[in-house]
Design a protein around this ligand. Structure first.
Ligand code: NAD
Ligand code: FES
Length: 282
C-alpha cells in the first residue's frame, strides 16, 4: 500500500499528490513513469513521475481528473493508501553530452513533466528556456516551481489572458527567429502540440525529444497497447520510451489510437448501473 502524504489542488482539474514510495523514489529518474491502481477493481493508469525525493522516500504525481480512475484518485485524501504503484518504468530521458542550451516545452498538464526535465537540465548547468502554454490564466500551474528551474520562463496563453498570446509554438518560433540557438528541444503535452513543435524544429535540424502517452495496460511490453510507429518501426512506449525522437514519430497514427477509447471513457464516467441505479465510480 502506498500512502498519500500530501494533496494539493493546482487548478479545478489538476491535482498534485506526494506518495510514500521509498523504493521507487530511490531509483526514479526524469522521464520515467509509474502505473497505479487505486483498488482491486481499478484500472491500471500510467502517470509520469513529476518529482521524487530519495531521502524522504516520496514521489510526486500530477494528474488531470479526466477519466474514471483519475477522478477516483482525486477523491482520496492525505493518509489514504493507493493499492498498487509500480515503477519506475520506462527509459529515463537521455541528453547528449555537452549540450548548452535547451528549450523545454510544456503544454497544459504536460508542464508537470516538463518541470522535472527542466530541473534535471538546469541543475546540470544547462541554460533552460522553459515555454509553458495554457488555454487561459485561470489554469496556469507550477509557475513558481518552473521559474526556479529555468533560465527564462515564457508563459503563453491561447486567449492572451496571461503571458504572451498564442501557442507554445508561436513563442518557440519567435525565439528561434530572434537568433537563439538550441542544442535540443524537449516537448511534453497534447499530441498535436508535440507534432507542431516538431514541425517548427525540423527545418532547423534541432533535435527534438517528445514524451509519448499512448494507452497503456501492462507497462511491460507484453500487451501491445502502447504501440507507436517511430521511423517506420513499431515501438512500445512503455519499454522503448516514453521518450522518442519527435521527428520520427507518426503523430497522426498516435492521435487516431489515443481517441479509439474516447466513447468508452465517456461512458464509464457517467455509467448508471441498471441494477442499483447508482453511478459507477469504481
Ligand atoms: P491543452 O489542450 O490545454 O493545451 C496546452 C497548450 O498546448 C496550449 O495552450 C498550447 O500552447 C499548446 N497546444 C495545444 N494544441 C496545440 C497545437 N495544435 N499546436 C501548437 N500548440 C498547441 O492541454 P491540456 O488539456 O492541459 O492537456 C495536456 C495534454 O498533455 C494531455 O493530452 C495529456 O495527455 C498530455 N500529457 C502528457 C504527459 C506525458 O507524459 N507525455 C504528461 C501529462 C500530460
Ligand atoms: Fe503493454 Fe506497453 S503497455 S506493451
Amino acid at each position: 500500500m502506498f500512502k498519500i502524504i500530501r494533496k494539493r489542488e493546482l487548478n479545478d482539474q489538476v491535482m498534485l499528490m506526494v506518495i510514500e514510495a521509498p523504493l521507487i523514489a530511490k531509483k526514479a529518474k526524469a522521464g520515467q513513469f509509474i502505473i497505479f491502481r487505486t483498488d482491486e477493481l481499478g484500472e491500471r493508469v500510467p502517470l509520469t513521475i513529476a518529482d521524487y525525493d530519495a531521502d524522504k522516500g516520496t514521489i510526486t504525481i500530477i494528474f488531470q481528473k479526466i477519466g474514471r480512475s483519475t477522478m477516483q484518485l482525486g477523491t482520496m485524501e492525505e493518509g489514504d493508501c493507493i493499492l498498487d504503484v509500480v515503477g519506475p518504468l520506462g527509459i529515463p530521458t537521455h541528453f547528449d553530452e555537452g549540450i548548452k542550451r535547451v528549450a523545454v516545452i510544456g503544454g497544459g498538464v504536460g508542464c508537470a513533466i516538463a518541470y522535472p526535465q527542466a530541473k534535471a537540465l538546469f541543475n546540470a548547468g544547462v541554460k533552460v528556456d522553459l515555454i509553458a502554454g495554457f488555454r487561459s490564466k485561470d489554469i496556469v500551474i507550477l509557475e513558481d516551481e518552473m521559474k526556479a528551474v529555468s533560465t527564462n520562463l515564457y508563459i503563453t496563453t491561447d486567449d492572451g489572458s496571461y503571458g504572451s498570446k498564442g501557442f507554445v509554438t508561436t513563442k518557440l518560433q519567435e525565439l528561434i527567429n530572434s537568433g537563439v540557438k538550441y542544442d535540443c528541444v524537449v516537448a511534453i503535452g497534447p499530441v498535436p502540440m508535440m507534432k507542431f513543435v516538431c514541425n517548427v524544429t525540423k527545418p532547423y535540424g534541432i533535435k527534438t525529444i517528445v514524451s509519448l502517452n499512448p494507452i497503456m495496460i501492462d507497462g511491460t511490453g507484453m500487451c501491445g497497447g502502447c504501440r507507436v510507429t517511430v521511423d517506420g518501426k513499431i515501438k512500445y512506449a512503455c519499454v522503448d520510451g516514453p521518450d522518442f525522437n519527435g521527428h520520427k514519430v507518426d503523430f497522426d497514427e498516435l492521435i487516431r489510437r489515443n481517441s479509439a477509447y474516447k466513447d468508452f471513457e465517456e461512458d464509464s464516467r457517467g455509467h448508471i448501473c441498471r441494477l442499483t441505479g447508482g453511478v459507477r465510480n469504481g
